[in-house]
Design a protein around this ligand. Structure first.
Ligand code: FES
Length: 89
């Protein structure tokens, strides 16, 4: 894989950045997320999580199934200004 390969397209995180995070001691996808923002984007890691887990497993000599998934947070629902204005009165 090329080092400038985008792993997390939501946050523009490259393979080199994920590898650097692992070299700095990240051992879980959540730790990679905290160091690089990979997994914090709009899709909440649905696209990049599997790639990050594969990279962690390869670098740490573990099975992919041993990797925990990243913590996901539900997206906020958009609220129209009309609803906000009506809630003031
Ligand atoms: S691709 Fe990583 S958060 Fe969407």
């Amino acid at each position: 894989m090329a080092k400038d390969l985008i792993i997390c397209r939501c946050e523009d995180v490259t393979e080199a950045e994920v590898l650097q995070a692992i070299e700095q001691g990240a051992a879980t996808a959540d730790e990679v997320k905290r160091l690089t923002r990979a997994g914090m984007g709009h899709c909440q890691g649905r696209t990049c999580r599997r790639l990050i887990n594969q990279m962690l497993a390869r670098q740490l000599g573990q099975n992919v199934s041993d990797q925990r998934t990243v913590t996901q947070r539900p997206p906020l629902q958009p609220v129209s200004l009309k609803v906000l204005a009506e809630s003031e009165s």
